[in-house]
Design a protein around this ligand. Structure first.
Ligand code: IMP
Length: 424
């Protein structure tokens, strides 16, 4: 009963799909509340692996209604392709519900995302080039087109004509690109409108009615805390609010509806795209983690940067999300190492920081203060209870819990649902 927020505590790719899978039996709705097809949840159920850039992972479970909430940005062509693929895999997607308030990613958003990245050169953010930033920028500027505009083509065209005038001027005069034609976009989007029509719903009313009926809602964050527009490592962030607060605005719920806030936390850290990363590793250890942990982007295939666990970030995520518990993932990936390092604080100009530093320059130049822990040098994937884990692995988890200040309730030792150890 009530709402559960599931949020990544790092730079995304923490394994949120796995956590959703575990909780799916006990929830009635799974809601995406922010981001778009820049995300990439990997879900493994039985022998089927699905990669879901946009559709909420609830689509995998017949008893769950998947919902795309108001705070999401939606590329209709991409969504329809994803739905076709799911149908081809034998899934029933007819329960999907999409908010009419979600903003549409338009062709000029994708184009602008790509050309502005190129223009930034070495200063680029390393975006997914899916048009996410430009779409949210238009939303904030109040010139965005929303899903509901698809159902009044006169208004759609009026808004499109207005905004396209400016976009075409920028595309052609600043970036030397071909201008786009409103008529072509209208024709393309009118086709999407018809195909999407059955899914469009007043999702806020749907979710509130569900709560009143005693149903449980899982609010599934995409990306992670440090990619949050307000609380992440700005400007190397995404353009939405993955943090738990964003789940409220993005789904249209209030804090009183939330009963649990679960932080999905990897036993080490990864990041894609550019930006500071104090515990980043290179060399053999990094290569082994990338290889064993299969650290490649779900959506873009990019190799992820990897680093040791950073307790400063874990503490920060616990605070800004109001975490009630952690779901620790990929502990098994660290099974090869003699010694593991954990960053307990940063050092900058002789001063130690246990909490996320208030100025970006400190974070950019932070030197990790490490403690060392003995590795367990064994395969954890067969463990089914926490107490089955080697002593060193138990001690590592207990230390992460102590450093972050929030209980670690689940520990994952492999991709399958059965490879999750629930602690008391
Ligand atoms: P954007 O969200 O495409 O604008 O990209 C902004 C930053 O967020 C880039 O560094 C991306 O690599 C990163 N990013 C966006 N989505 C994800 C994700 O799902 N996982 C990890 N990083 C992401």
């Amino acid at each position: 009963m009530g709402a559960i927020v599931l949020v990544g505590t790092q730079w995304g790719d923490e394994g949120k799909g796995k956590a959703t899978d575990l909780l799916a039996d006990d929830v009635d709705f799974v809601v995406r509340y922010q981001g778009g097809n820049n995300a990439g949840h990997t879900i493994i159920v039985d022998d089927v692996t699905l990669k879901l850039p946009l559709v909420p992972s609830g689509v995998m479970y017949p008893s769950v209604t998947p919902v795309i909430g108001d705070g999401v940005v939606l590329d209709p062509g991409v969504l329809l392709e994803e739905l076709d693929e799911l149908v081809a895999q034998g899934l029933d997607v007819s329960d999907l519900r999409i908010s009419g308030n979600a903003h549409l990613i338009m062709p000029y958003h994708r184009e602008l995302d790509a050309v502005t990245e190129r223009y930034l050169g070495r200063q680029k953010l390393g975006t997914t080039k899916r048009g996410i930033g430009p779409t949210y920028a238009d939303k904030a500027s109040r010139v965005g087109l929303r899903v509901q505009d698809l159902y009044d083509m006169k208004i759609f065209r009026q808004k499109l004509d207005t905004v396209l005038k400016e976009k075409n001027a920028i595309l052609s005069r600043v970036y030397n690109r071909m201008p786009m034609k409103a008529a072509d976009i209208e024709t393309e989007y009118a086709v999407y409108a018809e195909r999407l029509r059955p899914y469009i719903t007043d999702t806020v009313t749907l979710l509130h009615d569900a709560l009143e009926d005693g149903k449980t809602i899982l609010l599934e964050g995409a990306q992670g805390t440090l990619l949050d527009l307000d609380h992440g490592t700005y400007p190397f962030v995404t353009s939405s609010n993955p943090v738990a607060g964003g789940a409220m605005t993005g789904a249209g719920l209030g804090p009183k509806h939330v009963e649990r806030v679960i932080g999905v936390t990897k036993a080490y850290i990864t990041r894609v795209g550019t930006g500071p990363f104090p515990t980043e590793l290179s060399g053999d250890i990094a290569e082994r983690i990338i290889d064993v942990g299969k650290e490649y982007g779900t959506t873009t295939g990019r190799q992820r940067r990897v680093g040791w666990f950073d307790a400063v970030l874990a503490r920060y995520a616990a605070r800004v999300n109001g975490l009630t518990e952690h779901f620790l993932t990929k502990l098994d990936v660290l099974g090869e190492f003699e010694t593991l390092r954990v960053c307990r604080a940063y050092r900058y100009q002789g001063e130690e920081y246990e909490h996320f530093p208030p100025h970006q320059s400190i974070f950019h130049h932070a030197e990790p203060v490490y403690e060392e822990h003995p590795g367990w040098r064994s395969d954890l994937s067969e463990a089914r209870r926490f107490k089955d884990l080697p002593k060193q692995a138990q001690a590592y988890v207990e230390r992460l819990e102590e450093l972050s200040g929030v209980p670690i309730r689940y520990v994952s030792v492999g991709p399958a649902r059965s490879q999750t150890l629930e602690r008391g």
